[in-house]
Design a protein around this ligand. Structure first.
Ligand SMILES: Nc1nc2c(ncn2[C@@H]2O[C@H](COP(=O)(O)OP(=O)(O)O)[C@@H](O)[C@H]2O)c(=O)[nH]1
Ligand SMILES: Nc1ncnc2c1ncn2[C@@H]1O[C@H](COP(=O)(O)OP(=O)(O)O)[C@@H](O)[C@H]1O
Length: 224
């Protein structure tokens, strides 16, 4: 399945210097592959955690409450909105989706990275609130026909739901320029290798390496 030649080597994320975590956002039109890429990242990367969203939509076959989403009803969702428990929330495909705040805020300080499978509206909100922590990646399908083929092949949605996802796809694609990185997900292994490289590079940004300040101070101390 996975061709080892195109999978990026795992770059050790050293704990020697403290680093602030980052918020890694993966968006795409439905069916372009963000769930597939997210699962591959989470399987291979221990420092990456999924930000599990809250939603009012029903679970699909195979989805697990607390792992794929926190499933709730409208009243429960509204209560969380009123109590300020979301970093962002939006209406997508007639349902409500939101990113819980508590775990992410504390985890970033501890150096944990979070993966977000959210749409362009949520991406904009997170970017406005936490710009320096956010890395935005958008996946495109190689063609509209291939997108339709993948939605059909996934076998999780009725013909009616697939038609409505296809209808929304072009509107979602129109937000491609609100992202830092845009990748065409043609070959899954190549796409995964690219996403892994982005993550590795973004982790090395100076501003995230909070441990550099005392480290450099020590290096440049007058009596060292
Ligand atoms: N803004 C926002 N969007 C979300 C959140 N969780 C999921 N989404 C988006 O909602 C859309 C529908 O998700 P889903 O019902 O799982 O279907 P999918 O398109 O097959 O992934 C996707 O574009 C997700 O990225 C969230 O917490 N906030
Ligand atoms: N590069 C790819 N080539 C072929 N099929 C793919 C590729 N990426 C994803 N898929 C398949 O397409 C379907 C939709 O992918 P999924 O990850 O569920 O999309 P999304 O989460 O963006 O809605 C799944 O059946 C998945 O296995």
């Amino acid at each position: 399945m996975t061709n080892p030649e195109v999978v990026a080597p795992t770059i050790p994320d050293s704990d020697a210097l403290h680093r602030r975590g980052l918020m890694f956002i993966l968006s795409s039109p439905s069916g372009a592959g963000k769930t597939t890429v997210s699962r591959m990242l989470l399987q291979r990367d221990e420092r990456l955690r999924m930000s599990v969203s809250v939603t009012t939509r029903s679970p699909r076959p195979g989805e697990v409450d607390g792992r794929d989403y926190h499933f709730t009803d409208h009243a429960g969702f509204e209560r969380m909105v009123e109590d300020g428990e979301f970093l962002e929330w939006a209406h997508v495909f007639g349902h409500s989706y939101g990113t819980p705040k508590a775990e992410v805020k504390a985890g970033l300080r501890e150096g944990n990275d979070y993966l977000f499978d959210i749409d362009w509206q949520g991406t904009q909100q997170l970017y406005q609130k936490m710009q320096s922590d956010v890395v935005r990646v958008f996946l495109l399908p190689p063609s509209i026909d291939e997108l339709r083929r993948r939605l059909n092949a996934r076998g999780t949605d009725s013909a009616e739901v697939i038609a409505s996802r296809m209808e929304r796809a072009k509107a979602e694609i129109s937000h491609w320029d609100g992202y830092d990185y845009v990748i065409v997900n043609d070959d899954i292994d190549i796409c995964f290798a690219k996403v892994s490289q982005i993550l590795a590079s973004e982790r090395m940004r100076r501003m995230r390496q909070t441990g550099l300040i005392p480290f450099v101070r020590e290096l440049t101390a007058p009596d060292s």
